[in-house]
Write a protein that binds this ligand. Structure first.
Ligand SMILES: NC(=O)c1ccc[n+]([C@@H]2O[C@H](COP(=O)([O-])OP(=O)(O)OC[C@H]3O[C@@H](n4cnc5c(N)ncnc54)[C@H](OP(=O)(O)O)[C@@H]3O)[C@@H](O)[C@H]2O)c1
Length: 99
């Protein structure tokens, strides 16, 4: 991944609108961190969207569980630094360090 490649975190990325958002972001050159409450489901969908595993990475996150959010934010910060969060129905930009 190049330093200027945009990174998107998509919660609920394993199905429905989130999955489609994740797919389109990957098609547009984003590195996608595909959030799912179930890691196995997330990894399956990440592989479906990106067989090479280069651009779509599964990330376990439950937005109603603060410890899960903090754990995911820590992982994002360590691996990718700054990111953009997209959730179905809303969009917000953030620095991973702020989460
Ligand atoms: N589809 C439409 O046409 C439409 C139109 C207008 C508005 N909306 C709204 O847009 C939202 C998404 O719609 P959808 O059709 O994509 O729904 P969906 O197919 O039911 O998908 C919902 C996604 O949210 C995830 N999710 C649920 N609770 C979560 C939590 N606590 N933490 C993290 N992820 C969580 C689910 O993950 P799990 O697999 O782990 O449950 C799933 O990936 C809904 O609020 C819906 O009401 C949908």
């Amino acid at each position: 991944m190049s330093d200027d490649q945009p990174v998107a975190v998509v919660t609920g990325g394993n199905r429905g609108i989130g999955r489609e958002v994740a797919s389109q972001l990957a098609d547009h050159g984003f590195t996608v961190l595909l959030g799912s409450r179930d890691r196995v489901k997330g990894e399956q969908v990440a592989r479906q969207l990106d067989a090479s595993g280069a651009a779509v990475h599964a990330c376990r996150i439950d937005v109603t569980d603060q410890s899960s959010v903090e754990e995911a934010a820590s992982w994002v910060r360590q691996r990718f630094g700054q990111g953009v969060v997209r959730r179905t129905g809303e969009r917000l930009t953030y620095r991973a360090a702020d989460v």
